[in-house]
Design a protein around this ligand. Structure first.
Ligand code: F6P
Length: 321
């Protein structure tokens, strides 16, 4: 394999740039030519390809977002879109791909591989940490730290006004961010998509806090089944007579300079993805489990559900006394 393409797709995540840098330099180190595909699958369809040398990825390890840009491509969901993308890859002489993204990115990659025979290795890049086959995804650690720092600030105003705060964090289908943020910010309650939120129990807990705690923080994952922070707050608004506010942290969690952990994870996975491609692997995601590089069939990364750690759930209950 002489020419390798790299792209980022779906929601951006801090550390994607560190990964692009690692992929490009690992490819060059092994004598390959490296091609950046801009705007994910949209750019693949439109032929937005740029040659990348070692200097093209200088000074990006610390930057959030993705220098390659990203997109959620509707056209790539159609067979015609994928035919066009495959033709463009062939025309540009791209023989293998590194796909950095989440489950949507990998679903597209599997189709491209199965329909057009393109060799693809996936790298988990999403703040949600919801991919089976890796302990952590690129961007997750930074997102948790960003949310934690925001909640530290919210706690100051919550305490000053004796208020409840419902803070919504990202996580469409998964409560990884919510649970870790809950523990690291000392939240009183965490609501996640994986567990039914017991509105009555939450109400009773808040009643029990009366006279003990003048304020409290409730973390709500956006995919939580009561409908998110506004909806949950509405259902228990008069609990224990607390005044309350709702704060949706939103896309702030996707930005910012990646933490050291995310930069190291991105660098390790980026190099491993290129080495895997050169060894002839395809249709797999490279991940890290218990500190070691692992490979998981791309399809398994989303068909098998990665579960939140119930132990963390138990700890969060103890810590909120
Ligand atoms: O998949 C990452 C993620 O940040 C989810 O947590 C969130 O639901 C979604 O992306 C938001 O996507 P968009 O930026 O397209 O609105």
């Amino acid at each position: 394999m002489k020419r390798i393409g790299v792209y980022t797709s779906g929601g951006d995540a801090p550390g994607m740039n560190a990964c692009v840098r690692a992929v490009v330099r690992a490819g060059l180190y092994n004598g390959c030519e490296m091609v950046g595909i801009q705007h994910g699958y949209e750019g693949m369809i439109e032929g937005k390809f740029v040659d990348l040398d070692a200097r093209a990825v200088a000074n990006i390890i610390q930057r959030g977002g993705t220098i390659l840009r990203t997109a959620r491509s509707e056209r790539f969901r159609t067979p015609e879109g994928r035919v066009k993308a495959a033709e463009n890859l062939k025309g540009a002489g791209v023989e293998g791909l590194v796909a950095i993204g989440g489950d949507g990115t990998f679903q597209g990659a599997v189709r491209l591989n199965e329909e057009h025979g393109v060799a693809i290795v996936g790298v988990p890049g999403t703040i949600d940490n919801d991919l089976f086959g890796t302990d952590f995804t690129i961007g997750y650690d930074t997102a948790v730290n960003t949310a934690m720092e925001a909640i530290d600030k919210i706690r100051d105003t919550a305490a000053s006004h004796d208020r409840l705060f419902y803070v919504e964090v990202m996580g469409r289908d998964a409560g990884f961010i919510a649970l870790d943020v809950g523990i690291s910010s000392g939240a009183e309650f965490v609501a996640i998509p994986e567990a039914k939120t017991n509105v009555q129990a939450l109400r009773e807990e808040l009643e029990a806090f009366k006279g003990v705690k003048s304020s409290a923080i409730i973390i709500v994952a956006e995919g939580e089944e009561e409908g998110g922070a506004f909806s949950l707050a509405e259902k228990i608004k008069d609990a224990a007579g607390y005044d309350y506010r709702v704060c949706v942290l939103g896309h702030i969690q996707r930005g910012g300079s990646p933490t050291a952990s995310d930069r190291i994870l991105a660098s390790r996975l980026g190099i491993a993805s290129v080495e895997a491609l050169l060894e002839g692997q395809t249709n797999v995601m490279v991940g890290i489990i218990h500190g070691r590089i692992t490979f998981t069939p791309l399809r398994t990364t989303w068909t098998q559900r990665k579960t939140v750690d119930n132990e963390l759930w138990r700890l969060s209950k103890i810590l909120s006394l």
